[in-house]
Design a protein. Structure first.
Length: 235
């Protein structure tokens, strides 16, 4: 799916679009005994611009060229870095709080989304399986109509293509309350970690591809976010 940086209007608009692009509790007895993925995955992010106004290298500077995903029991932290290695933003999913948090490098404000709500309409279809980086994958294509409250009153349509690795499984039971972006239903079909994501937005295409996968125990403190004595704002 899915910045809220203190930037000028154009930059804020573009970062909101990027976030909304990006990018899971019913019982399923067929997966109850599986060993679910836990660990860290590093991704490279590339952009193909649809307009000369948005150069891919500039997009990388304020959206990110690298992402590190740290994952445990359905919760995660996504860290986005610029080409120079500067941490631009962090996105933290806390299933217990039923919230997704966003923290950027240039403001103390922490933004959050209620994952039990869904203000956009998402449809999806399961495509033919494929092999990505030697991982068998379920491929899902999504189409989302994003409401216009963050886009000057205009609704926009975005598309995504997600390759979920079957050998890096997740438990859809974790995401029964995850309504935002339609992920509750998508996770029942995907059932894995996405190792390739292609987001098609208004101004560019974003390609997020895994470059390193490390299965390891993750401490809960690695996914912590400090919410004390900081301004909070709902998106």
């Amino acid at each position: 799916m899915y910045n809220f940086l203190k930037l000028n209007g154009t930059k804020t608009f573009l970062l909101l679009a990027s976030i909304l692009l990006s990018s899971f509790i019913n019982y399923d007895s067929s997966i109850i005994n599986e060993s679910y993925f836990e660990g860290q995955i590093t991704y490279d992010i590339e952009y193909t611009s649809y307009s000369e106004k948005f150069q891919s290298e500039k997009i990388k500077e304020f959206v990110g060229s690298k992402m590190i995903l740290t994952f445990k029991d359905g919760n995660y932290k996504k860290e986005y870095f610029s080409p120079s290695g500067t941490l631009l933003q962090e996105r933290i999913l806390n299933l217990k709080d039923r919230k997704s948090y966003l923290k950027t490098s240039d403001t103390d404000t922490i933004f959050w989304i209620d994952i039990t709500k869904n203000d956009s309409k998402t449809t999806f279809e399961v495509l033919n399986d494929t092999i990505i980086l030697k991982h068998p994958c379920t491929v899902i294509k999504t189409k989302t109509i994003v409401s216009g409250k963050n886009f000057n009153g205009k609704s926009i349509e975005v598309e995504g293509l997600f390759s979920y690795a079957k050998d890096l499984p997740i438990n859809p039971i974790w995401y029964n309350e995850y309504m935002e972006g339609g992920f509750k239903e998508i996770s029942k079909s995907g059932k894995g970690i996405a190792i390739l994501t292609i987001n098609k937005g208004m101004f560019w295409e974003q390609r997020i591809i895994a470059t390193a996968i490390e299965k390891r125990k993750v401490k809960k403190t690695e996914l912590d976010i400090n919410l004390k004595n900081v301004p909070l704002k709902e998106l």
